[in-house]
Write a protein that binds this ligand. Structure first.
Ligand code: CMX
Length: 135
């Protein structure tokens, strides 16, 4: 089902303060920022081989990322795996009893379609599956 690790999401309070470490100190290729209104976050992507680091800044106090930072501080927020057919993957996971946050895909960055699995079903690691392209 899983093709590769698409990205690792890292919750930050402020993108502009966080980008220089990854771009300038670690030397990653900065691919730009984008607002994902549906998730109430602004994201920055930095390329690492075939994968990316996704920095997530909350755009409102009721954003899931704002709640995460309030509870845990800044840090690793989720792992995103790329799948070929997100509807099929969601169906298979649901049939196997995995608890889903999203029963249907929603819009992510870069025209992707994404869905989250509940961390209670995945050993405390918030897990995203994503399919590239599509909207
Ligand atoms: N990683 C691990 N555990 C997490 C978590 C995370 N990122 N976020 C929340 N949790 C845990 C909490 O610690 C809490 O555990 P306990 O019950 O043991 O205390 C439990 O999940 C419930 O957390 P909560 O703070 O009460 O929050 P909610 O139940 O309201 O929401 C969740 C939890 C996962 C359903 C919600 O954060 C969500 O829907 N996340 C997916 C959407 C998202 O994060 N979008 C932003 C990213 C956008 C993008 O990549 O484009």
């Amino acid at each position: 089902m899983i093709e590769k690790i698409n990205h690792i999401g890292i919750a930050v309070k402020n993108l502009e303060n966080s980008i220089p470490f990854y771009r300038d100190q670690l030397g990653m290729e900065f691919e730009g920022t984008e607002e994902v209104a549906e998730q109430r976050v602004r994201v920055a992507f930095l390329k690492v081989g075939e994968s990316r680091i996704e920095l997530l800044e909350p755009t409102s106090t009721d954003s899931p990322v704002a709640k995460f930072i309030e509870k845990n501080g800044e840090g690793i927020h989720h792992l995103a795996y790329e799948v070929e057919d997100i509807e099929r993957s969601l169906r298979q996971l649901s049939e196997q009893g995995v608890r889903l946050v999203d029963t249907a895909p929603r819009n992510g960055a870069h025209g992707s379609r994404i869905a989250f699995l509940h961390p209670k079903s995945s050993g405390g690691v918030l897990t995203e599956i994503c399919q590239m392209g599509g909207h």
